[in-house]
Ligand binder design. Structure first.
Ligand code: GLC
Ligand code: CA
Length: 554
């Protein structure tokens, strides 16, 4: 009989962790070829450590034709040669561990690259073969087998015949919820299960501490693949909710997969984590991903999307805390990642303004003066909340979205697949500026995405020595979060302290305040200033917090 595992047996580090997302292509380039690499990450381990991180999560590092910057994996058991070797990766894991940081990698189980040997074998083997059963091939004489659209624009089905040139493939289609270069696996096939169990063990054996699970809500599709309500061109649907709903998403069957993986992870110890990337709008359904015998955490995208709206923020904080408490899992907090417009730029628009399609040079531009203030204030409030907090590389430098990328430089498949309707996500993926030299900020002369002229003014090296820099603010904030144990703290609202637009809450003996209104707020008797995102004044036990500013009191 297998031993009963309960969450309280686990090492709890992840419950209050601060986790930094490394997007390897854009993080740091050790050999100057314009592409970030594993040695580049190794070079910056001390920098990462200086942020008091508990863990880093590395976006896909595998061999990949880069149809979706690495989320099209052609070999799950190796390192992209542009990034380095398995030996380099082992050194990275070791270096991170020596500095007390865990390493999470990105598990991409919904689809492989079309260049993966399994998909190539499937094409070669022909209709109704066991090789094709590992993916979602369907026969339909009357156009695509259903009306589903790809997340990146256009239909989610592509015909097989143009790929093989074989008559027998006429009227055969394969499913790709993302780009055509990303065919969806068939999770009804036991071989797919076995493949990913082996994958988990392969990386766990190398010392990996956990996995961020890509598109965790997509693996299982509704029986019979019925039409959905959105139709094949989701980018023409106005007011489209980013939450993915319908027969392709959040099917109950996905949970069996996570239970299966949980038991593999448990073979390695109780400190290994699974983190769900699941764009599931209903906090109750999202919390199901982090039940006792499933994943450890799920990204709280509701929070990311709450925007500069105090009422909505309160509601999301309350509902996610309540739902997570129900299943005994910690809440996570996240403001930015490689799929969304960087948050200082998001907050530079009117609350509610939709930036889901990205921002181009001819779109309305954010007001960065206000966006930076709000972004910094929101970061401070967020890092004061109990639970686990994520940050996305460059966030600590105060980087805005790059909104003036030349269109011809764009790489995100969304730009092409929507026939240039949606700019896509390249603006948050521009390589980081390390050095203040505009001709070479650390990615040689030809970074894979061009850096704008003003980029060097955000350079880490300049910020390093300035005690008032954004970087040093982030360092103080995360260190203080640790010293005051805010991650494993408690939470209660302090009502009526500053008006409806001022959120005030108590976490242990720290008071968190964010002024989302237009007027200065006066707070009396709640403690003195520990750290602030702006210019607060303090006199006779009263703290004056200007609009667009956050503060921790204690
Ligand atoms: C996830 C990733 C995104 C990727 C998609 C397909 O949403 O975060 O970057 O394009 O999955 O793998
Ligand atoms: Ca390189």
């Amino acid at each position: 009989m297998s031993e009963q595992v309960t969450r309280s047996d686990w090492d709890q580090w992840w419950r209050h962790a601060v986790i930094y997302q490394v997007y390897p292509r854009s993080f740091n380039d050790a050999n100057g070829d314009g592409i970030g690499d594993v040695r580049g990450i190794i070079e910056r381990l001390d920098y990462l450590k200086s942020l008091s991180l508990d863990a880093i999560w590395i976006s896909p590092h595998y061999p990949s034709p880069q149809a979706d910057t690495g989320y099209d994996v052609s070999d799950y058991h190796d390192v992209n040669p542009d990034y380095g070797t398995l030996a380099d990766f082992d050194e990275l894991i070791k270096g991170a561990h020596e500095r007390g940081m865990k390493v999470l990698i990105d598990l991409v189980p919904n689809h492989s690259s079309d260049q993966h040997e399994w998909f190539q074998a499937a094409l070669a083997a022909g209709p109704e073969s066991k090789e094709r059963d590992r993916y979602m091939f369907r026969y339909s004489e009357d156009g695509a087998p259903n009306n589903w659209g790809s997340i990146f624009g256009g239909p989610a089905w592509s015909p097989v015949e143009p790929l093989t040139g074989k008559e027998e493939d006429r009227n055969w289609w394969y499913l790709h919820l993302f780009a055509p270069e990303q065919p969806d696996f068939n999770w009804q096939n036991p071989e797919v299960h076995e493949f990913f169990r082996d994958y988990l063990r392969f990386w766990l054996d190398r010392g990996i501490d956990g996995f961020r699970v890509d598109v965790a809500h997509g693996l299982v599709k509704a029986e019979g693949l019925p039409d959905d309500a959105i139709g094949p061109d989701r980018w023409t649907v106005t007011d489209q909710e980013i939450t993915e709903e319908g027969p392709a998403w959040d099917q109950d069957g996905v949970h069996d997969i996570y239970r299966e993986w949980r038991s593999v992870l448990d073979e390695y110890g109780r400190d290994r984590v699974l983190v769900a990337e699941a764009w599931v709008g209903d906090p109750k359904r999202l919390a199901d991903y982090v039940r006792e015998d499933e994943m450890s955490q799920a990204f709280n995208f509701e929070y990311l999307e709450a925007g500069w709206r105090p009422g909505k923020m309160r509601e999301v904080i309350d509902s996610t805390m309540a739902e997570n408490a129900r299943v005994g899992a910690p809440v996570t907090w996240v403001l930015s990642n490689h799929d969304v417009v960087r948050h200082p730029s998001r907050f530079g628009f009117e609350p509610g303004y939709d930036t889901d399609s990205g921002i181009g040079f001819d779109d309305p531009q954010p007001d960065l003066e206000i966006g930076m203030k709000r972004g910094k204030a929101m970061s401070l409030f967020t890092f004061g909340l109990p639970g686990s907090a994520y940050l996305y590389q460059g966030e600590e430098l105060g980087l805005p979205e790059v909104t003036d990328l030349p269109d011809e430089a764009r790489q995100d498949p969304t730009w092409l697949r929507t026939n240039h309707k949606a700019r896509g996500r390249d603006g948050c993926r521009v390589p980081l500026p390390w050095k203040a030299d505009p001709a070479d900020t650390g990615f040689g002369e030809n970074p894979w995405l061009p850096q704008p002229d003003y980029w060097a003014s955000y350079a880490a090296e300049t910020q390093e020595d300035d005690p008032d820099s954004f970087l040093n603010f982030y360092r103080r904030m995360i260190a203080l979060r640790g010293e005051r144990d805010l991650g494993s703290g408690s939470f209660e609202w302090i009502e009526g302290a500053g008006g409806d637009d001022v959120l005030v809450a108590r976490n242990g003996d720290t008071v968190l305040v964010i002024n989302m209104g237009e007027d200065e707020a006066q707070l009396s008797g709640l403690g003195s200033v520990l750290i602030t995102s702006g210019d607060v004044e303090e006199a006779n036990g009263t703290v004056s917090v200007p609009a667009n500013t956050a503060v921790w009191l204690g």
